[in-house]
Write a protein of this length. Structure first.
Length: 262
């Protein structure tokens, strides 16, 4: 009898949890009914979304999202995520979009819908100053670092040099990879140019960039496959910001020039 009673309590608990679980929002009406949108990001990815010296979130994408929220009358909540689990987070509904220097790739287009592309980027190669590395072919036999589940990892794996690398070392964040590059436990880091140039501007005597790169790409905002309605609202607001100059203002603030795609 006691076992049956405990079983009944357990089943009731499961039912209660299931009934309390918030449904995944799929439309802009759902967002408005809830009153806020949740932006997922890697909070170490400067200058797109990162922590300042006071520990506050800041960055180009953060400023864009806040402006979009203000124009749509919706609170923006930022949710730091494990980049390797970004699609799981998105599909589980813990975030409504991934807005953080997210490269549009063929594989990601199978997992999410994207906004209009808004920035161009390349996968560049960073080495320590003075390293005897000048071309992609020089990476043969060397240890190359990337962020796990990043466009950098995809680009290297798809390249002709991949099979000849000494090792492709995967890190949770680019910051960890760059620290190991500085400590010379790896020989190079393949990284988004947007972030790499920013890091070099802060450390001009530490790193240098190869002329070769692992390809050009574009950034977009990623949404659940079923959430094209939310995507369309964000797209239109960004177009309005381009038209009235606000997008240019934010771009100049972070990059000293207007690099927003038209």
């Amino acid at each position: 009898m006691k076992k049956l009673l405990l079983l009944g309590i357990a089943v009731l608990g499961v039912i209660t949890l299931a009934s309390c679980k918030e449904e995944v929002v799929q439309t802009w009406d759902d967002i408005e009914s809830r009153g806020y949108m949740i932006v997922g990001l890697d909070d170490t990815f400067a200058p797109m979304g990162f922590r300042d010296e006071q520990g506050e979130l800041t960055g180009f994408d953060v400023d864009l999202a806040i402006e979009v929220g203000q124009r749509l009358g919706i609170e923006v909540r930022f949710q730091p995520i494990d980049w390797d689990a970004k699609v799981l987070e998105l599909n589980a509904g813990t975030i409504d979009m991934i807005w953080n220097g997210l490269t549009i790739t063929d594989s990601r287009l199978e997992e999410m819908v994207f906004s209009n592309p808004y920035l161009e980027n390349t996968q560049m190669i960073m080495v320590k100053k003075g390293a005897n590395i000048s071309t992609i072919s020089d990476l043969e036999g060397l240890k190359v670092g990337v962020q796990l589940s990043s466009a950098s990892e995809e680009a290297v794996v798809a390249s002709d040099v991949y099979d000849d690398l000494g090792e492709l070392v995967k890190f949770d964040t680019f910051n960890s990879a760059l620290l190991e590059l500085q400590n010379q436990t790896i020989d190079a880091v393949v990284i988004d140019e947007i972030m790499g140039r920013y890091i070099i501007s802060l450390n001009p005597d530490v790193y240098e960039v190869l002329e070769d790169n692992f390809g050009e790409e574009r950034y977009g905002i990623g949404f659940r496959l079923e959430s094209s309605d939310i995507r369309d609202q964000i797209n239109q607001t960004l177009l309005d910001m381009i038209a009235d100059g606000k997008a240019t203002e934010i771009s100049v603030k972070w990059f000293d020039e207007d690099i927003f795609l038209r």
